[in-house]
Design a protein around this ligand. Structure first.
Ligand code: MV4
Length: 672
């Protein structure tokens, strides 16, 4: 076994590989770009090498820099993770040339699977089932049209060199074929520099079922059963599970044997995945991925094996740890990918700082693979995946219940995520029924992406309670000396001691304003007049774990409310709501809308600090100039104030959200 390996990746997969390496007593070398100096994968490694600036092409895709780092640190092997250089045959070759073991298949096996039509020809010879179709060399349009007619419409034209859906055209009838061929060719030429296509029978509602395979240098090959990854959106997997719902032992054995035959046909070594599409009782080879996949944990959960350990053992020349009869399936596992993206805006990737990142406790039933921690930023440079949540239980229904629970207990503030969307998928009756096809998300889009609903009174009331308790917290803090620092129940008398018996909270949410009028009712808590006209009696209690137990007119809610300045994120009923409090008592120091934030609006460099501590400033005066994304941003005073502290000086790099300076306001009416 190796003593030391380099992990040519970042994020959760780099951390994942390091966890196994550490367990096996292997020292680890991380690589990082300038954007990742403080990243988790760097902190987790025994040592780390800088490989370049933030853009991946200049760092994580720079094979030469990575090989130089491996040689400089004395690493014996390079684990590529997934993505980046993991399926780059030239990189695999360059590692070998440099005397480093590439933890993956031989370069030739990567090349063999890189071309769709070549892979299909190889598979045909190995008797792996293929979708009925034509993948010959003759590309004469007349011939392709007659092959299409032979196959029977609808057919699918695919780029021979392609993958991921590029250059694909569904053709419903012979009349549409010539135009579709033209356009598929053009797209194939521009995407892959190769206009060749293949034509296949089009399956209208297939499932995506893939088989995990493993082979060693001694000629042993096994499969570790299947994963169902049919829930996809534009070729991005959303949920993966193992085993596949409805899979019979007979078909599992057939698919497993076909996958092993596929691996053996190309002299495979290491971890690989053979993808099939399945419809009814039939299944057909699609492509083979010559790497460890994102969704490998579901296979680990049902087999009890550590696939990274298997990879390292095989790469170091050992035989496979287990043979086919040793392997069996136990229970059921799901994985979901938690992304920084906005499902309401067509899943646009989101960036920002993870001000609050809370996930449920891990256990034998719940695994969390993540490359970030609270306080880290999701940047534009890399894939915006925040974490993978993986659950396991004895059967599918119990595992699905765990998945719903895990998602409801996942709370992210600071970056928009797909958490609620994943929760909707996991809670959908069609998904619970099992065996959905690749059209699931499109078919149920209306259920999964509901138009934003009117803010529920409960959400407003929860935010109101959190705000009152924050005020109470301060009042209680002042009472600390008296030994009654913080009673678990809100001390509404403290509120009244401020001299108020009424207070209006004006929240902004979802582009509208909501007023909640609070009235301190002597002896009977707080009454809240809600925007819809209802009146609720509010009572609340913070629990030890930081959650809020709220009593709203006798209905008890458990919720999480995360406050950052005047922003409240309420996690309630599997959804999250961001409410901004317009509060004259606690003016907006960090509100973006005021144009006066004192925090860095994005990561960047301090160009100039124009004020000193103790200096008086006027509203609108420029305090600090920040350069970010090649633009200068002025940070101005929100109102007349005195500078109390300056936290950075010119030349410093600051992270998004970092507090640049603090002000003492002239007519400070806050909280006293
Ligand atoms: C197909 C197909 C239906 N019939 N081939 C999409 C990307 C590429 N890897 C293969 N893909 C498909 N090939 C035939 N003959 C439907 C798809 C397909 C798909 C496959 C797996 C998972 C998700 C998918 C989403 C849309 C289309």
């Amino acid at each position: 076994m190796f003593d030391k390996i380099l992990i040519a990746n970042r994020g959760e997969i780099a951390c994942r590989v390091m966890a196994t390496a550490r367990r096996l007593g292997i020292r680890t070398v991380a690589v990082y770009s300038d954007a990742d100096r403080d990243a988790l994968h760097v902190a987790r490694a025994d040592e780390a090498c800088r490989i370049g600036p933030p853009p991946a092409v200049e760092s994580y895709l720079d094979g030469k820099a990575i090989i130089a780092a491996a040689l400089a640190t004395g690493a014996q092997a390079v684990h590529p993770g997934y993505g980046f250089l993991s399926e780059n045959a030239d990189f695999a070759q360059d590692c070998a040339t440099a005397g480093l073991v590439f933890v993956g298949p031989p370069a030739d096996a990567i090349r063999a699977m890189g071309s769709k039509s070549e892979a299909k020809a190889l598979m045909e010879r190995a008797s792996v089932p293929l979708v009925p179709g034509y993948h010959g060399a003759d590309q004469d349009p007349e011939l392709l049209a007659s092959e299409a007619a032979k196959i029977g419409f609808p057919v699918l034209i695919k780029a021979s060199a392609g993958g991921g859906g590029k250059g694909m055209r569904v053709v419903g009838s012979a009349g549409d074929f010539p135009a579709a061929l033209e356009s598929a060719r053009r797209e194939a030429a521009s995407s892959f520099g190769d206009e060749r296509v293949l034509v296949e029978k089009y399956l209208t509602a297939p499932r995506h079922i893939e088989v995990q395979v493993f082979a060693d240098a001694q000629g042993n090959a096994v499969h570790l059963f299947e994963r169902d990854c049919s829930v996809q959106r534009r070729h991005q997997k959303v949920v993966e599970e193992a085993p596949a719902p409805g899979m019979t032992e007979e078909r599992r054995a057939e698919m497993g044997a076909a996958a092993v035959a596929a691996a053996q046909a190309i002299g495979y070594q290491g971890a690989g995945t053979v993808e099939f599409i399945a419809e009814g009782d039939d299944f057909y080879f699609m492509e083979m991925n010559t790497r460890l996949q994102v969704e490998h944990p579901v296979t680990e959960m049902i087999t009890g094996q550590d696939l990274v350990e298997w990879q390292l053992r095989v790469a170091s020349g050992e035989a496979l740890p287990q043979s086919q009869p040793d392997l069996s399936i136990s229970g059921h596992a799901f994985e979901v990918r938690l992304y920084a993206e906005d499902p309401q805006r067509d899943f646009l990737p989101a960036t920002g700082r993870l001000h609050h990142f809370e996930t449920p406790e891990t256990s034998a039933h719940l695994r969390l693979d993540s490359g970030v921690r609270q306080g880290d930023s999701v940047t534009v440079y890399y894939d915006p995946m925040i974490a993978k949540l993986i659950v396991w239980d004895h059967d599918r229904a119990s595992a699905l219940t765990r998945l719903q629970g895990a998602l409801a207990a996942t709370h992210v503030v600071g970056v928009t995520t797909n958490t609620a969307f994943l929760h909707a998928v996991a809670s959908h009756p069609a998904f619970a029924a099992g065996g959905v096809d690749t059209g699931f998300i499109e078919r149920y889009a209306e259920d999964l992406l509901p138009a934003s609903e009117p803010l529920d009174d409960a959400v407003l009331a929860l935010a109101a309670l959190a705000e009152i308790s924050a005020v109470e917290g301060e009042a209680c803090g002042k009472a600390a000396a008296s030994g009654d620092a913080r009673s678990p129940w809100f001390r509404t008398d403290g509120w009244r001691l401020n001299g108020d018996t009424q207070r209006r909270l004006l929240f902004e949410a979802e582009g509208r304003e909501f007023a909640v009028d609070l009235r301190y009712a002597n002896g009977s808590g707080i009454e809240a007049a809600m925007p819809g006209g209802g009146v609720l009696k509010l009572r609340g209690e913070w629990r030890e774990d930081g959650s809020l137990r709220a009593d709203l007119d006798g209905r008890i809610f458990s919720a999480r409310v995360v406050q950052q300045g005047n922003d409240f994120t309420v996690f309630h009923a599997g959804a999250s709501h961001l409410l901004h409090l317009r509060d004259p008592r606690n003016p907006d120091l960090t509100g973006v809308d005021e144009g006066g934030q004192l925090t860095a609006p994005m990561s960047g460099k301090v160009v100039e600090v124009r004020v000193e501590e103790g200096e008086g400033v006027e509203q609108g005066q420029v305090l600090v100039v920040l350069e970010a994304m090649k633009m200068e941003h002025s940070i101005t005073a929100p109102q007349d104030a005195t500078v109390s502290s300056v936290f950075f000086s010119a030349g410093d790099l600051v992270e998004e959200g970092a507090e640049l300076l603090s002000l003492e306001l002239k007519d400070d009416v806050t909280r006293d």
